[in-house]
Every structure is written in C-alpha cells, then in structure tokens.
Design a protein around this ligand. Structure first.
Ligand SMILES: Cc1ncc(COP(=O)(O)O)c(C=O)c1O
Length: 366
C-alpha cells in the first residue's frame, strides 16, 4: 500500500490536546492549522461567479489571460525581469507533493529538503520513491551525485525564517554546477514583517536567467483562496514546459472559474494590503502576549506563523496552551530538529486572537 510508505498523518496526534482546548468555557482558539478565516474578497467571488458557465474542458496551461496575469505578477512582485515559463496549479500542495514524480525523480535519487519544514516535501519525495535528506547547509551535503532536486522555503513554514538574496544565489549557483533543480516554495512571499522576503526569481538572485529554477506560489494565503485551490509555478521555461506536458496527460487542470478568479486576485493588490494589515495586527498582539507569558519567539520575520519556545519539549508546551484553550502545532510535526518549539498561526479571527491574548495575560499575571 502506498499510504504505508508515507509518514503518519500527524494532525491525528493533536486530537487529545484539541479536546482539552475545546473544553475551555469560552471555547477553543485554534492556532494550529494555518487556514484562512477572513472572507474571500468580493471582486474575486464575482469573477468566479461570472465564469460559472464553463461547460468545456479548461486549458492545463491556463487561459492566455491567466498566463499574462501570472507573468505580470511575477515580474512585479518577484522583481523578475526575464521571461519565465508559468503554469497554474491546483493550489500549491499538489505540486509540492507531485513535483519529484513529475520531474522524473525516482528510486536511487536524493531530494534535499529543509531541516525543519512543511511535511509535504517529504511526502512528495516518498511518493516518487526517492530519498529525502534534511539539510540547510550546502557544504554538509558533500559530493553526493544522487541529488536531483533541492527544496527551499522562504519565508519558512513553520519558522518564519527568511533566506537572504545572497544565500539564494549560492543555492542556485551550487545547483547549476551539479545539474540539480532548485524548487523554491514562496507561498508566503507577500507576508514580510521584520524582514522583506526575496524571490528566487528576482534579478538579485537570477539576473533574469531561470535555468534550473522553479518558484512555487499560492493564492491561498495572499488572497484567502485556500478553498479555491489556486496556485502556480514559474521559472525555467524548459522545466515548466515539461511539467505542462506531463500534467496535460494526468488531468491536473485548474477549473475554468478558478482560473478566472485567479486573474481578478492577481490583478488587485488592495485586498492583499488589507489582509496583510489584519495579519500584522494579530501577529503583534500574539507576539506581545506570548513574550509576556514567558515564551521566546525565534525567526518569525515573515510568514503566517510565530515560532515559539518555552525551552521544553514541544508536547509539554502544546498541553500548557491547551489547558488555556489555545491549540498550537508541535514543532515535532516539522522535523526532528524542532522538538522544543510550537508553531502559532495568525489565522484566527480578531475575536479569537483577543481571547487568546486575554488568556495568556491571565496566566502571566498569576
Ligand atoms: C510552505 C507551504 N507550501 C505549500 C502550502 C500549500 O498551500 P496551498 O496548497 O493552499 O497552495 C502550504 C500550506 O500551508 C505551505 O505552508
């Protein structure tokens, strides 16, 4: 069975803590999963509805209008002056899970993933039958000729760490020397707080040449579209053409109304600014409350999470928070090196965030 080769689905392990948090008299504040809770902007909903009469098969490559909107967004938001290939995806999780397979990575090959990371990178490597190696250091990898693909993720889920342009340049140069593909997951690119994230496609990193480089993007967090499943990949035109060729056969097609909604989302930055402001306020309230309650916040310069520790085993911290009706994700979900951290998502309503802040203040004044 394929599922037997995959890691345990970790969220099931959180059920006992969830039951404790849910028993709080004022209800649970669930900061464990980073799922958007604010409304889908009205202009995007209208674009979806206006495209509802869609009896024919959509284009796997995306409509010309969507391709133009993605290309313009990449030039603008990523600071990319070259000519990348672009391709819409059904959210970015499916691409993360299938990229090694789509690129022909398989048995005997190695894929490098970050030490502490989103679990789907490892899932994708296992689905392809390849081996995952966790490393943030190129030198630590040594001269392993089996490496075919390296995943980077900045801003990181779960840590909120941002990789500077100089680091991204080194990764790209290292990979090109070895014929390795770089896949940069940038789904939190627009959520920079104390630091400004840089795209791997930016001129600072690639000088307009995207050979061997792919950037993975998502509208889930930027535009509250997690329910629509809307993402895209951009970068090396030859690699993107190969992905398109395989995905056409496999029926990996973004539905036509979602393609129309993506255009509306990509062409408007005002809703993005509004959503950013909501997250910024929640972040600052939670950060202050956690610090006052004795937590240390590490990294977290960008993205949708606070990476926090009380200097103890993460499950102990999860239980401490659950007793106060707050649910967090244990660092252990993201890699063995994260056993003393918890991930606190900013994706709760203002009302629920205020409840969490009050409960944390209560515990720090006791
Ligand atoms: C780092 C990272 N990549 C990809 C995804 C997948 O996002 P989506 O499939 O909604 O685009 C997530 C979702 O949380 C994520 O944290």
């Amino acid at each position: 069975m394929v599922s037997a080769s995959l890691p345990d689905f970790p969220w099931d392990l959180l059920e006992p803590a969830k039951a404790v948090a849910a028993a709080h008299p004022d209800g649970i504040v669930d900061l464990s999963v980073g799922t958007p809770v604010d409304p889908v902007p009205a202009s995007i909903r209208s674009a979806l509805a206006d495209a509802a009469d869609a009896p024919g098969y959509p284009l796997t490559a995306g409509t010309p209008a969507l391709r133009a909107a993605i290309t313009a967004w990449v030039a603008r938001a990523c600071g990319a002056s070259g000519t990348p290939g672009v391709l819409p995806t059904i959210g970015s999780k499916e691409l993360v899970a299938w990229l090694p397979t789509l690129l022909g990575v398989g048995r005997g090959d190695v894929v490098v993933i970050p030490q502490v990371c989103y679990p789907t990178y490892e899932v994708g490597v296992k689905l392809a039958g390849a081996e995952a190696v966790r490393s943030d250091s190129l030198t630590a990898l040594g001269p392993d000729r089996r490496i075919r693909l390296i995943w980077i993720n900045s801003p990181s889920n779960p840590t909120g760490r941002v990789l500077p342009a100089a680091h991204l340049r080194k990764v790209v140069a290292w990979a090109r020397e070895r014929g390795v593909t770089v896949a940069s997951d940038e789904c939190y690119l627009t959520l920079g707080w104390d630091e400004t994230p840089v795209s791997v496609l930016s001129d600072e990193v690639c000088d307009g040449d995207y050979t061997g480089v792919l950037a993975v993007h998502s509208l889930s967090k930027r535009s509250n579209l997690a329910g629509y499943r809307a993402g895209f990949v951009a970068g090396d035109p030859a690699l993107v053409a190969e992905l398109l060729a395989v995905r056409k056969h496999a029926g990996m097609i973004v539905p036509a109304p979602v393609q129309a909604a993506m255009i509306a989302a990509l062409e408007d930055e005002s809703h993005v600014a509004g959503q950013r402001a909501r997250y910024e306020a929640r972040r600052s309230a939670l950060r202050q409350a956690l610090t006052a309650a004795g937590f240390t916040i590490e990294h977290s310069g960008a993205g949708l999470y606070l990476w926090a520790t009380r200097g103890e085993e993460c499950w102990k911290t999860v239980d401490w928070l659950a007793e106060r009706g707050i649910l967090a994700a244990p660092g252990a979900f993201y890699g063995p090196a994260a056993a003393q951290h918890v991930r606190i998502a900013l994706t709760a309503t203002d009302e629920r965030v205020s409840a969490a802040v009050a409960r944390l203040a209560d515990s720090s004044s006791r």
